[in-house]
Design a binder for this molecule. Structure first.
Ligand SMILES: *Cc1c(COP(=O)(O)O)cnc(C)c1O
Length: 426
């Protein structure tokens, strides 16, 4: 091969468009200069970024490998074939589709494969940790389907499986969905499967958040239980921003058609190739160790915040994220988010189950460990992060003392990330 790589050429960007080059550099500085505790984010590898920044972005490849609507797809076909084979192998799935542009697109396709507008679907309440695409009134899922919501138990803050069964018997949903954006515990896929079988529903798992932990064999897989598993590729899994669908062979055709041509046009082949790279990375023993460390770190952070007087929803976490109730320290989620930001700790405010406060001023925050674990941080670092975060959320921003305290914490954060930087300089 004599072809030199014609890849991301940052000098060219700087020359042609200094404004956007500046944005790219500023974002890199932001990532390097602070702590990213957003549970749905991660730091992709340079290899994934190289595939994303490649000429594969140019290719129209509507259809699937070997069955395209455009010529010249023989090269990109290889990327998609490799990606599909790696994905099926990694998850033990009979079928994989890597074309969904995002997690929401994967969910749209999954709904389309199994339900008609007006049908009933049963999913977790958005206010309690579910996702917009699980039946929210502002989303297609809530407008096109009769969405019924299950909740967590008020006492344990764990999914109420008895309620799921009762609602399934009563409403006879076409699809039952398990999976959430802010649920720190493992989900009992077997229990859901039994309920789905009892009422003749399709069992769909939206594994957007935790599929990376499944890839790393750190938590049980939904694949043996679900008819269809939708996911993102950019959360714990650490691939490019995008979506994917895994399923049993019997549903392959319906799902492929629901992605293309029903809900999407041409696939993003640079992203499909980058997904293939991510699957290779996620198949290694190093990644398995990473996935275990992600959970150990989330648990250490959650315990550290409890030691500082906050309450971990459900008493802790089995995954990469913790939901923290701030009412015991008298701080709102919005205050905590703004104060943390000033201390260079990025996280998001989040409603807690049965939150008495309004959605824009919820009682909690959500914290996650995927990004800091990619940087190489371990439990002892998480204890330190917990202490810094606790100081930050308690600082009275806007007062001279509070602002000085936040500046002081920001310094400590800089020192901490200097020991384990994101995208270390060569
Ligand atoms: C993140 C997420 C999605 C959506 O993924 P996007 O890529 O943002 O569209 C869907 N479902 C769940 C449960 C998620 O956490």
């Amino acid at each position: 091969m004599s072809t030199p790589f014609w890849g991301p050429d940052f000098d060219a960007l700087q020359q042609q468009d200094p404004e956007i080059a500046g944005v790219v550099l500023n974002e890199l500085d932001r990532l390097r200069g602070g702590l990213q505790l957003i549970a749905s984010e991660n730091l992709t590898s340079p290899a994934v970024l190289a595939a994303l920044g490649s000429t594969l972005s140019n290719k129209y490849a509507e259809g699937y490998p070997g069955r395209r609507y455009y010529g010249g797809c023989q090269v990109v076909d290889v990327a998609e074939e490799i990606g599909i084979a790696r994905t099926k192998e990694l998850f033990g799935a009979e079928h994989a589709n890597l074309q969904p542009h995002s997690g929401a697109s994967a969910n749209l396709a999954a709904y389309a494969a199994f339900a008609e507008p007006g049908d009933t679907v049963l999913a977790m309440d958005l206010k309690q940790g579910g996702h917009l695409t699980h039946g929210s009134k502002v989303n297609f899922s809530g407008q096109w389907f009769n969405a019924v919501s299950y909740t967590v138990r008020e006492d344990s803050e764990l999914i109420d499986y008895d309620q799921v069964r009762d609602l399934a018997r009563e409403n006879r949903p076409k699809i039952i969905i398990a999976g959430a954006t802010a649920y720190p515990r493992l989900i009992d896929f077997k229990a859901f499967r039994e309920i789905a079988d009892e009422v003749g529903a399709i069992f769909m798992v939206d594994a957007a958040h935790f599929i990376g932990l499944v890839a790393g064999k750190a938590i049980p897989s939904p694949v043996p239980y679900a008819d269809v598993v939708t996911a993102t590729t950019h959360k714990v899994l650490r691939g490019p921003r995008g979506g994917m669908i895994l399923s049993r062979a019997e549903h392959a055709k319906a799902l492929d058609k629901a992605v293309f041509p029903f809900s999407q046009g041409g696939p993003l082949m640079h992203s499909v190739a980058a997904k293939a790279v991510a699957m290779k990375e996620a198949s290694t023993p190093e990644y398995q160790a990473y996935a275990d460390q992600v959970i150990a770190n989330a648990q250490a952070l959650s315990k550290s915040l409890e030691a500082e007087g906050m309450r971990a929803v459900s008493g802790g976490t089995d995954t990469h994220l913790a939901l923290i109730d701030l009412r015991p320290i008298g701080v709102t989620g919005s205050e905590a988010e703004a104060r943390s930001e000033a201390a260079r700790i990025t996280l998001n405010k989040n409603a807690i189950p049965y939150d008495p406060a309004p959605p824009m001023k919820p009682s909690g925050i959500r914290v996650g460990s995927p990004s800091v674990t990619t940087q190489g941080m371990v439990e002892t670092d998480m204890v330190e992060i917990g202490r810094l975060l606790a100081r930050a959320v308690k600082a009275e921003q806007g007062t001279p003392a509070g602002d000085a305290e936040l500046a002081d914490i920001a310094e400590a954060v800089s020192a901490l990330v200097a020991r384990a930087p994101a995208y270390p300089r060569p």
